[in-house]
Structure formats: structure tokens, C-alpha cells
Design a protein around this ligand. Structure first.
Ligand code: FMN
Length: 212
């Protein structure tokens, strides 16, 4: 596992906890695997364009091989992001929870990399749509920070966590089913509460350098 794609989704820079935790993992990974390759993709502080009509027309053009040049241009960024994803073994996403889900930049990135014919296939079986994932052999690590507390498995607010479920569902849809989530919770609680949670997240991330 030598090629990491790190996708950073917080709109915050140096103050971002999810970014800081990601660096804990990435620098420990680099120390253990100095030959590993790291590519960063910023989606929180630069605008990833949302899907528009031109994108939909181009992405679902019935004969992809014969796509007109203008349509190819409409998919240029998406093609680049898909190639980038396919060219790495481990996807590391650092993201805050925003309004019980992920920030819009990360959602926009997802919409760019879920591409029919490239990351999933769509066929009809007796008129009923069937979907087939096309991405193989990759793992994902989600590193997240949340203001509230209890969004994790078995937590009081688990049912309100539409961030992890969205990411697990959409990554599974394209074929990335080995997904680990590490969260720091309670940034909006007492300082000590968050400090403990963040320290636990750091320990888990350091352990994952050996496990992933
Ligand atoms: C627009 C916005 C929406 C947020 N929504 C939630 C939320 O639904 N649940 C939650 O626990 N925290 C929420 N938060 C708090 C962030 O998840 C928290 O501050 C997190 O630590 C930010 O991560 P970062 O430091 O990497 O940006 C929200 C923060 C912002 C700015």
C-alpha cells in the first residue's frame, strides 16, 4: 500500500482539527513507509464545481467513445479526479461534520468521481437497473471531527450521522468497501472532553499505520 490520495474537505486551514488529525496519520505513515507516494486533493478551500446540466449530458452520453469534444471538455475535471482516485491504493478523507453530513466541497468531489463506465456500471436486467462497482483493491480511511458528541456506533446521535453513512454507501457503490472511520468528537463541548476524544483518535490513527 504505497500510494495515498489525501482529500481534505474542511473550509478551515490551520485551525482545522480534521486536517491536523490527518497529518498525524500521514506523517506516521511516511515515517514507516518513506518510499510511499502522497497526493493531496483540496476540496474544502477550492471550489469543486457542482454537477450541472452539461455534466449530466456528457457523463450519460449513450456512446462514450463518440462523445463530442465539447462534452469531453465538460468532463475534463471529472476525468482527472477519477484517474487520480484510480491511481492510488489508500484514500484518506479528512472532513468535518457539517449539518449532519459532509461539507459541500466533499459532496461535489463525490459527484465528480462517481462516473458511469469508469467507477461503476449500469445495466438493465429485465428493465430493472442493476449497478456494478468498478473500483477494486482500494481501502479508505475517513478522519473526521465533529462539534457534537455521540455520533459514532452505538452513540446517542448515531441515527443523525449522515456523514459516515453517506461516505460508506457511496464508496461501497463504486467498490471501496474496506472503510475505516476515526472521529474526534465534542469540539463544541468542554475543552477537556474534546482533548480526550482527539487524543484517542490520534492513538487509533497511529495504530492504523500498522494495520492498514
Ligand atoms: C457549517 C457548519 C456546520 C456544522 N454542523 C455540525 C453538525 O451537524 N454536527 C456537529 O457535531 N458539528 C457540526 N459542526 C461543527 C464541526 O463539525 C466542528 O467544528 C469540527 O470540529 C470542524 O472540523 P474542522 O476543524 O476540521 O473544520 C458544524 C460546523 C460548521 C461550520
Amino acid at each position: 500500500m504505497s500510494r495515498i490520495l489525501a482529500v481534505h474537505a474542511s473550509p478551515r486551514g490551520e485551525r482545522s482539527h480534521s486536517r491536523r488529525l490527518a497529518e498525524v496519520f500521514l506523517s506516521a505513515w511516511h515515517a514507516r513507509y518513506p518510499e510511499s507516494k502522497l497526493t493531496r486533493r483540496e476540496v474544502g478551500r477550492v471550489l469543486i464545481p457542482p454537477v450541472n446540466e452539461a455534466f449530466v449530458a456528457a457523463a450519460f452520453y449513450p456512446e462514450p467513445e463518440a462523445r463530442p469534444l465539447t462534452m469531453q471538455a465538460d468532463l475534463a475535471l471529472s476525468d482527472q479526479l477519477v484517474d487520480e482516485l484510480l491511481g492510488h491504493d489508500l484514500l484518506v478523507i479528512s472532513t468535518p461534520m457539517h449539518n449532519f453530513s459532509v461539507p459541500s466541497g466533499l459532496k461535489a468531489w463525490i459527484d465528480q468521481i462517481v462516473r458511469v463506465g469508469l467507477t461503476f456500471n449500469h445495466t438493465l436486467d429485465n428493465g430493472v437497473a442493476q449497478y456494478e462497482p468498478l473500483v477494486q483493491g482500494k481501502k479508505a480511511l475517513i478522519i473526521t471531527s465533529r462539534g457534537g458528541f455521540g455520533f459514532g456506533p452505538g452513540g446517542e446521535l448515531e441515527a443523525l450521522n449522515h456523514a459516515d453513512t453517506l461516505l460508506r454507501t457511496v464508496l461501497g457503490f463504486i467498490g471501496i468497501t474496506d472503510v475505516t472511520v476515526v472521529a474526534a468528537e465534542g469540539e463544541e463541548s468542554a475543552e477537556r472532553t474534546f482533548a480526550i476524544s482527539a487524543a484517542e483518535a490520534e492513538q487509533r490513527l497511529l495504530a492504523l499505520v500498522r494495520e492498514l
